[in-house]
Design a protein. Sequence first.
Length: 313
Amino acid sequence: MFRAEVNAMTLPASWIPPEGAIYHQSGFYTQTVVHGDLSVGRVIQPRRRLTRDQSHTTDTFGITDAVLCIVHLRHMNPGHTFWDGHHLPTSEMFEGSIHLHDQRYSWTSELFDAFDSVHFSFPQRLLRQVLMEDDIDSHVEITAATYDPERRDHTMLNLARALLPALARPTEISRLFADHVISAAATHIAGAYGSIHLKGRRPHVLTQWQANRVTEYVTANLACDISINDLAAICRLSPGHFAHAFSTTMGMPPHRYVLGRRIARSLEMMVLTELSLSEIALGCGFADQSHYSRVFRSRIGVSPGKWRRIQKG
């Protein structure tokens, strides 16, 4: 899905582009995933101390009813930003610094330093939907380009880092995990920076029949790419309400529960069948054997092959 291209003339000798990055002729790299209405991208420029002739100027971002959140993964010296035709002074940025842009206004940036950042584009409709599902009044208003070098948003920094594997290897990341991280990011942005009004919350918990239906569905569909919308529909709940209720009831988010069930199924298949590890990986919903082996080792502590040999003596 992604490709990596290297232009050795523009890069520091020791710099290696991240997995899955696409090289652009202006000297920067991108990794992008689109998840429903939300796009998340990583943008990297490895060169430092650019002259004005070498500066990186972003494309003018078109007008849309969305909020762009830029999360910086490294230090960056000041550049220039033009927001709706007006020059905005920018400051030195640090790891965890964020920019918020109301995309109803056009803007562009001219940058003279190396940078590495993750861009979240949240449609206002998505923010309103997330807040309504979380029993919060649906009014969200983020109307300015926000530059606050003194404030570092560690929540968004951690969420951005959590998505880096998805940007590098999108086929290996479950829809449930992406749903979980993206919902958390949207809720945080709306709550921390938007104009919202809290309402009384109703308890988030699954009934016994809902819990039974979900576990039965997961068990029957481990080979498929299960989504939060699938599970929420079974329980006749909105995705946001379901995610909260599931975590409260089961003690873990849906994606972690499903991953645990995939590993448990694979253990059974290694003991009870003669299927190859690649067949077991696909049968349990992993992208391929390599993906399965990485997850298995992180959970069990040894490779699937070694675990199987131990069980068979």
